[in-house]
Design a protein around this ligand. Structure first.
Ligand code: MLT
Length: 243
């Protein structure tokens, strides 16, 4: 198994596909997706474009849908929810389909949707992702950070490093066998440097700073919790994730 880290969807190769592609958006889309499915949502349908979300969700029974939209960290007008994982309580989402569009995370998922297997990772479900990879042993795996509008993001990189660390700690695989690119080694080093100070790292990241300005303290604390949820969101049809 070889792991490749890409710091933004724009950086993935365009002439190949991996056996398994993993979307990461710790703050906050993939944390929200994992939490909503853990709370019993029927599925999450993702859109990079908010108008397409409104058009497609219109055909779905109103009592079974929730429209969630975020741009720049804020809730999109006329959506039921923004992108806070803490809003995804069982009372709110159980049995419902979440139609979700976010600034970077849903765009990241769309960029990898043609891969054979597409899954979602965040710090909250990191161990479940590690367990899955160790069981399935896909030949090549892309860990794709959502980043921020094409740029690097600290919190997504550290999550990729946390997945790599879990694999190395729980198998006999060596780093040189596991590392598909230099970015993987750098992500692992970043994780090992900060693993006992995850909330601090999120708080210094640029998106963390943005969320703090928007009073997202509770979301930040939640998103920094490692291995909290045993869920593996997986793409069941293009753009639709479920357990
Ligand atoms: C994104 O997709 O960029 C986000 O998840 C941003 C956020 O809601 O914090």
């Amino acid at each position: 198994m070889k792991l490749f880290v890409y710091h933004a969807p724009e950086l993935i190769p365009h002439d190949s596909l991996p056996q398994c592609a993993i979307a990461i958006d710790v703050l906050r889309a993939t944390t929200t997706i994992a939490t909503a499915l853990h709370s019993g949502a029927e599925a999450i349908q993702v859109f990079s474009d908010i108008d397409t979300l409104f058009a497609e969700s219109e055909a779905f029974p109103a009592e079974k849908r929730i429209r969630a939209g975020e741009r720049g960290g804020r809730k999109v007008e006329n959506c039921d929810l923004g992108n806070s994982p803490l809003d995804c309580t069982p009372e709110r989402v159980k049995g419902k389909r979440l139609f979700l569009s976010t600034t970077n995370g849903t765009r990241c998922l769309q960029s990898i949707q043609k891969a054979k297997t597409v899954i979602v990772a965040a710090l909250v479900n990191r161990q479940t992702v590690v367990d899955y990879l160790l069981k399935q042993m896909p030949e090549n795996v892309w860990l794709v950070s959502s980043g921020w509008e094409g740029d690097y993001s600290l919190e997504d990189t550290i999550c990729a490093g946390a997945v790599a660390d879990g694999i190395l700690e729980q198998s006999q695989i060596s780093l040189s066998d596991l590392a598909g690119n230099d970015e993987l080694v750098a992500a692992l080093s970043l994780y090992r440097q900060w693993k006992h100070q995850m909330p601090d790292l999120l708080a210094v990241s640029s998106h963390g700073q943005r969320l703090l300005r928007l009073q997202g303290h509770k979301d930040m604390a939640y998103c920094s919790e490692m291995d909290k949820l045993q869920v593996l969101p997986m793409q069941k049809q293009e753009g639709v994730l479920a357990l």
